[in-house]
Design a protein around this ligand. Sequence first.
Ligand code: KIV
Length: 272
Amino acid sequence: MSAYIVEDERKVTTLRLREMKEQGRQVAMLTSYDFTMAGIVDKAGVDIILVGDSASNVMQGNLTTVPITLDEMIVYARGVARAAQRAMVVSDMPFGTYHASREDGVKNAVRLMQKAGVDGLKLEGGREIMDTVKGILDTGIPVMGHLGLTPQSVYKFGGYGLRAKEQAEADKLVEDAMMLEKAGCFALVLEKIPSWLTAKVCDELSIPVIGIGAGPADGQVLVLQDMLGMNKGFKPKFLRHYADLYTQITDAVGQYVTDVKSGSYPNENEWY
Ligand code: KIV
């Protein structure tokens, strides 16, 4: 049983996150997609639970995040929001729900907030979606940005490789990050970019910058099933496994099958 830290019992809010950055305290963020797991993640002291559109891969078995819909995200996010007592719950806006127009993006954002009961939303992209980001912020919804490897653009990028290796893309990313902060975003995720660039963005911004495969930042985020070792074949360089649940669950289920088939489950202490 390992120890874990809950520095502050109060509900995590945009204000708390800003304080954490000012005080140099790291933000721990993980994904969850259901009530049971989110309850455990919340109790263990995670500051932000992200209902990522990675639910498309993890929960639905799709190859990308593109197919997941707003209605599907609402179902996952509602379960997570019901479980979280302390953590701030942020839901991804799925692909295509904030790209057609500012009005459309605002309408979908309001629907996701109201139906799911989450505390904020995450959108992928910079200047291209700035008008919509501002529109959503104007309604009072907290927005988290996401730059670098933005998986909803995987078909445009041609894969999941490191982003912003070239100076031009790195310069654009820094400008976009500053625009998102200026617009009023409360935090920013940077995914799979060189660590020198993450350090630069962290220096430039006064909102927390949360990295995944981006080196040291103001906080870190991982996909829960990945860090728990449930996705056997998946081990990119940035991923640390904190458990081997694939093996533990397989062993437990295998033992159950053996017990049922041998008649050792249930025994007389396990029936009425
Ligand atoms: O959808 C997701 O899980 C994410 C994180 C990887 C940042 O966006």
